[in-house]
Design a protein around this ligand. Structure first.
Ligand code: GSH
Length: 228
């Protein structure tokens, strides 16, 4: 039986913007593992594999249930050692750094630009939960978040740190992608699939790397449905 990934869906069930689910999708593709996805809405907790946890990604592989993108990565390399996501302690440390950079820099910069857009695209049944949970998390209304100024510039400043490594190497993993690339590109799929607009401009080496990442695995990420 194919491995199952629980994935977050918007009102259009083919639009799947979750950055953490994308990190896992890239990792599964890297491993060459077959998988199917099970879409769930934000508030649809009864259909989550663990309603109390109430988050995705969660993967089910036979008897195994694994939650949390970072835990899933570690589990994948243990259960399926072929094509490691990180081959050395150095690569593991770099991947942890990449993930920490997302949380300290990229996500805080981009989130205010996305919350209202995602709310507009969420299923009607999910909207009240999404609004309440995000307004509690950010301490602002969705409308106040959407009106925040200067976020585009903050995202663009945050992306500058990637210009030097990606100007020198094809991937953050060097000649070939590794977990660092999947963490960062997984995060970049979030704005890509939450709006039809290009809401920031990436520096040239980063933009070129994004195109390379979209081409991987027979263009899997490039083919993902975007809002119209
Ligand atoms: N630390 C978790 C975070 C997972 C997470 O926050 N997922 C979001 C989707 S991107 C979610 O499940 N949201 C459901 C909700 O907001 O209730 C991971 O890395 O997997």
């Amino acid at each position: 039986m194919a491995l199952k990934l629980y994935d977050l869906a918007l009102a259009d069930p083919d639009i799947r913007p979750s950055p953490f689910c994308w990190m896992v999708k890239f990792a599964l593709l890297h491993k060459g593992l077959e998988f199917e996805t099970a879409p769930v809405g934000f508030a649809d907790k009864a259909n989550y594999p663990d309603p109390e946890y109430g988050r995705v990604p969660v993967i089910i592989d036979g008897e195994e249930t694994v939650k949390d993108s970072a835990m899933i990565m570690a589990w994948l390399d243990k259960a399926y050692p072929e094509n490691p996501l990180v081959a050395t302690d150095g690569e593991a440390a770099a991947a942890e750094f990449s993930r920490a950079w997302l949380f300290s820099s990229f996500f805080p910069a981009v989130s205010p630009m996305l919350v209202a857009r995602i709310h507009a695209l969420a299923a009607d049944d999910d909207k009240p939960y999404f609004r309440a949970s995000r307004e509690e998390r950010f301490g602002k209304t969705i409308e106040e978040l959407a009106a925040t100024t200067g976020q585009k510039e903050k995202v663009e400043a945050s992306l500058q740190v990637l210009s030097a490594p990606l100007g020198r190497y094809r991937f953050l993993g060097g000649d070939a992608p590794n977990l660092c690339d999947y963490y960062v590109m997984g995060a970049f799929m979030w704005p890509r699939l939450s709006t039809s607009e290009d809401i920031y401009e990436a520096p040239q080496p980063v933009a070129a790397w994004i195109e390379r990442m979209l081409d991987l695995f027979d263009g899997y990420a490039r083919k993902a449905k975007r809002p119209s």
